[in-house]
Design a protein around this ligand. Sequence first.
Ligand code: SAM
Length: 346
Amino acid sequence: MHDVVQDYYGRELQGTSDLKTDACCDMSSVPDWLKSLLKNIHPEVLSRYYGCGLVCPPLLEGCRVLDLGSGSGRDVYALAQLVGPTGEVVGVDMTDEQLAVAQDHRQFHIETFGYDNVRFLKGYIEKLDELDLEPESFDVIVSNCVINLSPDKEAVIKGIRRLLKPGGEFYFSDVYADKRVPDVVREDPVLYGECLGGALYWNDFVTIAKNAGFADPRLVEDRPLEVTDSVLSGRVGNLRFYSATYRLFKLDDLEGDCEDYGQAVIYQGSIADSENSFMLDKHHHIETGHIFPVCGNTWRMLQDTRFKEHFKFIGDFSRHFGIFAGCGSDLPFDQDINEAEASTCC
Ligand SMILES: C[S@@+](CC[C@H](N)C(=O)[O-])C[C@H]1O[C@@H](n2cnc3c(N)ncnc32)[C@H](O)[C@@H]1O
């Protein structure tokens, strides 16, 4: 499949408008803070953007960031401005033509930003250990519409965990299916290249992430994708595809479910562009100043990461109150005594 993908992104596609789905967001939905970063990026880099989401989490200044499948470098050059002169962004891609566009405009961006904090490496994201990258050396790893293209997604996720610092996170957008993609769809080279054929059934992704040691994957945002090409749309039949952004924290103590220890956090409103609230994920919009009850995992995602100094923490892990209602799966047993009695036992 590497050959099919290299051919698609190296020769077949000449620009964003050649894509056959609406995976790439149009400029009207791009937030203002990102528009101001994109203004500083070379037009040729922008014209070859093939991502499907936003991979710029907050609080990146001074961070080391790795972009997997960095393509022509749009996200690398946006992230370079967010990490600033004290940070670094490394892009990895396997396709020469994509890397060439990214490299050709390095000098332009050094002059525009006023600093040099970007490099690109040629390599396979399944074989990150073959690149000269120090284990546990990245604060954040991102990826935009790439993991679906990999024939060995388990290897990719394991390699990411190896490179992340403790408390670091993998923050990435990708395409998922509502059910397992049948072979006939997966083996179609255009559907594969368009990021549909290799898409994981969302719950298989959650299992792969957990098996690799990311115990509590958090969904940040999602949207349904439309296959805009009528021929391809016919070929995918009743499969539904979604673009989704997840964040996976490298935290050894995360539990398989959200457990309630009676803890709460208070967001200080101190993160730039998030003065009124902080969004950890789709289910945690934490308003500034509000005493916000959290499960043990959410507590750790805020306490043991770069977000720590922006929160006050109430409580500890000394007392357990059961499953955290509305966060993990609910108690599986009948709670109504009459219901329990009605069921027969053997
Ligand atoms: C859909 S494009 C996304 C590019 C970029 N992230 C962006 O948002 O414009 C996928 C990119 O991932 C790269 N890619 C796909 N599979 C890869 C792999 N196994 N190893 C390295 N790069 C890969 C392709 O060469 C291509 O540049």
